[in-house]
Design a protein around this ligand. Structure first.
Ligand code: RRO
Length: 304
């Protein structure tokens, strides 16, 4: 009843996945539930070399949601392939989606190939990190998005599934998405965090150590639903939808707008068991409404 198809060679047992970043490399959450029971675990974005990330503070809670400025902290692809992915696999039959970041086309290609060789089920190309230099370079320009996507597609061969992750501020996201799909991306992940900041009024100073950050949580949910709905209508490709998901109702809203999978992000920071509860809650909601197959709901929102 819950299985969804997220592109060539990529069937998920259910549509609930974790958003890159907020779930670390998955291992941090293994004490809270069986990672293999989730649709997939999307790991933190990985670069060629280790990165220390931005200065603290790197997280600020606001009533609208969480601001982060992690700055792409990660241990580098070598350690991820040699230590982290084997450890994740040792916990069970987890569907792992690797997330790739970089500053150049060559870096994206190298990291993508290393993760693919290490056996991840699919990849997400993160073209939209708001917190590092060049983080959004490729995601703000259809030509650059096409260039990096084509290079990764050629390196991975024809059948390997990979999605491109985009933000929706500072770009014409549909034009970028279309260019990426035409260049070989099999799907989209929508949306990354929105640019934002918080002010320490007493000290007349920006609160985050990096100054600016990326906003996630309830404030961005309507924006994310809009982006998923638009991309589904225009491009008809598999989409992982995310932004402010905390309830089964939110999961259903994203599915109805055209997402084939739905990611939980900052919601899991406050409530680590959220992803598992959503899988169970979704199963119960479908049974209650007599929906035989979750795929019946995808993109079925009426416009009036
Ligand atoms: O690491 C981060 O600061 C970060 C990344 Br790579 C991203 O894609 N989105 C985000 O909100 N933070």
């Amino acid at each position: 009843r819950l299985a969804v198809d997220l592109g060539p060679n990529l069937i998920l047992k259910n549509p609930v996945v974790t958003a890159s970043g907020t779930f670390g490399f998955g291992l941090e959450y293994a004490p809270f539930g069986d990672l293999a029971a989730l649709g997939a675990v999307v790991i933190k974005s990985v670069t060629r070399h280790p990165r220390r990330g931005n200065p603290p503070p790197r997280l600020v809670e606001t009533p609208a949601g969480v601001l982060n400025s992690i700055g792409l902290e990660n241990p580098g692809v070598e350690k991820v392939v040699k230590e982290i992915l084997p450890a994740l696999r040792a916990t069970g039959k987890v569907t792992v989606i690797g997330s790739v970041a970089g500053e150049t086309v060559e870096e994206y290609v190298e990291v993508a190939c290393r993760l693919a060789e290490a056996g991840v089920a699919a990849l997400e190309l993160n073209l939209s990190c708001p917190n590092v230099k060049a983080g959004t370079l490729f995601g703000h320009d259809p030509l650059l998005a096409a260039q990096v996507t084509r290079a990764v597609r050629e390196a991975l061969g024809d059948d390997f599934p990979f999605l491109v992750k985009l933000g929706v501020v500072g770009n014409d996201f549909l034009a970028v998405a279309r260019a990426a799909v035409e260049a070989g991306a099999t799907g989209l992940s929508l949306i990354n965090t929105l640019p934002g900041l918080a002010v320490d009024v007493k000290r007349r100073k920006l609160l985050l150590g990096h100054g600016t950050g990326g906003l996630s949580g309830p404030a961005i949910k309507p924006v994310a639903l809009w982006a998923v709905w638009r991309a589904h209508r225009e491009l008809q490709v598999p989409i992982i939808g995310m932004g402010g998901v905390v309830s089964v109702e939110d999961v259903l809203a994203f599915l109805l707008c055209g997402a084939r999978a739905v990611a939980v992000g900052s919601g899991t920071l406050a409530f680590p068991r959220l992803a598992w509860e959503l899988v169970e809650g979704l199963e119960q909601a479908l049974a209650k409404e007599g929906v035989e197959d979750v795929r019946e709901l995808i993109g079925m929102v009426a416009e009036k």
